[in-house]
Design a protein around this ligand. Structure first.
Ligand SMILES: Nc1ncnc2c1ncn2[C@@H]1O[C@H](COP(=O)(O)OP(=O)(O)OP(=O)(O)O)[C@@H](O)[C@H]1O
Ligand SMILES: [Mg+2]
Length: 230
């Protein structure tokens, strides 16, 4: 098998609130090989979004380490971490996080433009067509429906053909047919570009399509971890 795209070792995340310190992730360890597809499943509040943000280097663990494509993420300063992220990771947020002052096309073009890609407009247009938004290129996020915003966010992540795609409930705002279409696109990316997929999902059907399922319960990873080869 190829070498791991991501190696997570004993990640813990503590947050402070008015009553003291709360541990929201407890010593989570796992690694993912390039081209694997993994579902992260667990109840609301179990720590899925927190874990995903740490994998992307968008949030920092209290203890533990994350190695992304061979680079120790939390040994880097924020700028260097952002550079690794933009080269390797596509992230689809649970809350989409589109830029409100950019239209759909501009939102999808942005990551390509930041890398100086000469064909940003063509590639972004094609990707928006593939997610069914060819007629919404000039629309701003505020006039798009929740599902349309989600598809713009997916197009923005897909267009970079990242080594690692982290998606937080990517079909959560989509109807069944559109959700199925978006899933097809993700698995196509997985096959064609070798993208490793990490999908947070409450959808059993989606979880079963992934090669592995990691369960989180109150910040602890269960079962699937034990099933991993040593
Ligand atoms: N900065 C913070 N301060 C305090 N508590 C936090 C903070 N961030 C997250 N939490 C808590 O940590 C827990 C895990 O949150 P997280 O958003 O990772 O859950 P989740 O599994 O993604 O849930 P959902 O399925 O509802 O999206 C929750 O109980 C949340 O309230
Ligand atoms: Mg969440």
């Amino acid at each position: 098998m190829s070498k791991p795209i991501i190696e997570v070792q004993r990640i813990t995340k503590d947050v402070k609130d008015s009553t003291g310190t709360l541990t929201i992730l407890h010593e989570i360890s796992f690694s993912l090989q390039a081209q694997e597809s993994v579902a992260i499943v667990g109840a609301s509040g179990s720590g899925k979004s927190t874990l995903l943000s740490i994998l992307a280097g968008l949030d920092t663990p209290t203890t533990g380490s994350v190695k992304l494509a061979g680079t120790e993420l939390f040994d880097l300063d924020e700028d260097a971490r952002a550079a690794v992220r933009s080269a390797q990771v596509g992230f689809v947020f649970q809350s989409f996080q589109l830029l409100g002052n950019l239209n759909a096309l501009e939102n999808v073009m942005l990551p390509l433009e930041l890398q100086g890609h000469p064909e940003a407009k063509r590639l972004a247009t094609e990707m928006l067509k593939r997610v069914g938004l060819g007629e919404r290129l000039k629309h701003y996020p505020r006039v798009l429906s929740g599902g349309e915003q989600q598809r713009v966010a997916l197009a923005r992540a897909f267009v970079m053909r990242p080594a690692l795609l982290l998606a937080d409930e990517p079909t959560g705002s989509l109807d069944f047919a559109t959700g199925a279409q978006v899933m097809e696109l993700m698995f196509e990316l997985n096959r064609e570009a070798g993208t490793t997929l990490v999908l947070v999902t409450h959808d059993v059907g989606i979880a079963q399509r992934c090669q592995r399922q990691l369960h989180i319960e109150a910040g602890r990873m269960t079962e699937a971890l034990a099933a991993q080869p040593a």
